[in-house]
Design a protein around this ligand. Sequence first.
Ligand code: SF4
Length: 144
Amino acid sequence: MTTRRQFIQIVPIAGAAFVVGCSDKAAEAPKPVASAAPDTPPPAPAPVAAAPSPVASPAPSTATNSSALPMLDEKDATAVALGYVPNATKADAAKYKTYTAGQQCSGCQLFQGQAGAAAGPCSLFAGKQVNAQGWCSAFAKKAA
Ligand code: SF4
C-alpha cells in the first residue's frame, strides 16, 4: 500500500505529466487547421482562361507598323555605300559586277515585306522601307 510520503512524491510528477500531455495535444491541434489551408489553391485555373485574349491582338499592329515606316533615301550614307537604287534597272552594273538583270529587293532574303507589296522593311536598313523593285550590292537571292 502507498504511504502518505509516496503519495506526496507521486502527485507532482503526475501533475507535470498531465500538463505536458495537454500541451502536446494543444500543439498538435493547429496542424489540422494548417493542413486545411493548402487545400485552397484550386482557384488557379482562372488566370489560364484569361491568357488567350491578349495574344490575339498584337498581329495586326505589326503589319501596320512596317507599312508606316519611311522610305529609304538613296542618298543615305549606308544606301550609297551599298549602291542602293529604288529601281534595280538603274543599278550600276559596271561598278557592281554581282548585279544581274532580274535581281530586285522583292527577291532578296533580307526583304521583309509581304509578297506583292510595293515596299517593305529590309534588315540592313532598320526603321526604313526599301522599294520592292530596288536593289543594292548586298542582294542575296531568296531560297526557292
Ligand atoms: Fe534590297 Fe536586299 Fe539590298 Fe535590302 S539587302 S536593299 S532587300 S537588295
